[in-house]
Write a protein of this length. Structure first.
Length: 399
């Protein structure tokens, strides 16, 4: 009897609440406007780290994904090129004296920037050099079977004499074109336009067989300049892996410079082949449209020390730039708009900024990032000051 009594009391209480708490059958509806409604974003769009990082390095100054789909890291601290598979499992290494940078052509030969010691007229010199490295040899394929087949030493690819200033000139980065010819950025103390071989600060071109062609002269709205480049550092062409019959074969390239006074430190150059010869034209990006993005590749003074640049070879048109002074990674689309396109159904049509960085040791910060690569929707950064290579992927690309 006591249990029946409590059940009836509960039913009466429910009926009283139902007739006083809500609209219609349940009475007057309770006003819930005082509760704040959160802004719900199902997935933040950003580059997030993929772990583990590649560690055990001293000063990694360059990183590439080769045409053989292997990862190559140039470690200036150990003077070793090391290869990894795409799971970042270490494979093999190869020593290059004074190693700074590495690239690979479509024939799967590596080209590394290092130094060579020599004695001329009783005086010791350490000269900048390009080392061509063959990976496919009778013993097998890979750095464990590698052989140096050619060495291009500055300045002997265009003259026989040597000065003290020549010994101060350095190669910086290499970029191969679709036909296996290549560009090299070069810096040095002598920049007279009348000197033989062109100014030390230059982008110079070689054939696929390592023959020097010429320093590049750039034409813009005001004329043609033999001394256009000022402390050029990184360089990338539009021929990027994976291998394909439709690889871009133009001579177009993007370069970076680290010269302090210049407001635009990342620029694009197009090759124009005419009946009167080959010209290299400065590309002008359209003025920034802030309805489409919040930042732009050609924003004045955007960069301080842009050390490296690369392009996506997957059709996205992405441009990546590392800035060692800002400890940051920047990403742009092919039009120079910073960020990525918003996904379908996103509440804004403006590019979403995904550049990131800042000084630090956690997995989303850097200490002097010196190299950048991109392949299969993954960005690789040679984080020189922290002795590691980091990997990142967009949250929208993670399944």
């Amino acid at each position: 009897m006591r249990r029946s009594k409590y059940i009836w009391l509960a039913v009466l209480g429910f009926l009283w609440l139902a007739n006083t708490g809500c609209d219609n059958f349940f009475g007057k509806k309770t006003n819930l406007d005082f509760i704040p409604v959160p802004n719900y974003n199902p997935k933040a769009i950003a580059y997030v780290p993929i772990l583990p990082a590649i560690t055990g390095l001293q000063t990694p100054t360059d990183v590439i994904i080769g045409w053989d789909q292997l990862l190559y890291v140039a470690d200036a601290g150990t003077q070793m090129i090391t290869s990894y598979d795409q799971s970042c499992v270490k494979m093999s290494s190869f020593h290059i004296p004074g190693l700074q940078s590495v690239a690979q052509d479509r024939r799967l030969n590596l080209m590394a920037i290092g130094t060579i010691d020599t004695v001329i007229n009783g005086k010791k010199f350490t000269l900048s050099a390009l080392y061509r490295i063959r990976l496919d040899n009778p013993g097998g394929y890979g750095l464990q079977h590698a052989v140096v087949t050619d060495t291009i030493v500055h300045p002997f690819y265009y003259k026989t004499g040597l000065s003290d200033m020549d010994a101060q000139t350095r190669f910086n980065h290499i970029a191969f074109l679709g036909d296996n010819s290549f560009y090299v950025t070069r810096t040095g103390p002598s920049n007279s336009v009348t000197q033989f071989g062109g100014p030390d600060d230059a982008v110079i071109q070689f054939t696929a067989n390592d023959q020097f062609i010429t320093p590049i002269q750039v034409t813009n709205l005001y004329g043609t300049y033999a001394d256009y480049f000022k402390q050029p550092a990184g360089i990338a062409t539009f021929a990027q892996p994976p291998q394909s019959t439709s690889i871009n074969t133009t001579g177009n390239f993007i370069f970076t410079c680290v010269s302090p006074p210049y407001p635009l430190k990342v620029q694009e150059i197009s090759e124009a082949i005419t009946p009167n010869g080959v010209f290299y034209l400065l590309n002008y990006f359209q003025p920034g449209d802030t309805t489409k993005a919040d930042g732009f590749l050609y924003d004045p003074y955007k960069f301080v020390q842009p050390t490296a640049v690369t392009l996506a070879g997957d059709g996205t048109g992405y441009i990546f730039v590392t800035d060692a002074a800002k400890d940051s990674l920047y990403q742009f689309n092919a039009l120079g708009y910073e960020g990525v396109n918003p996904p379908p159904g996103y509440n804004s049509k403006k590019n979403i900024k995904v550049s990131f960085g800042g000084h630090g040791t956690d997995y989303s910060h850097f200490n002097q990032p010196m190299g950048v690569a991109y392949y299969n929707k993954i960005v690789y950064v040679a984080d020189a000051g922290n002795g590691r290579v980091l990997r990142f992927k967009l949250t929208t690309d993670i399944k």
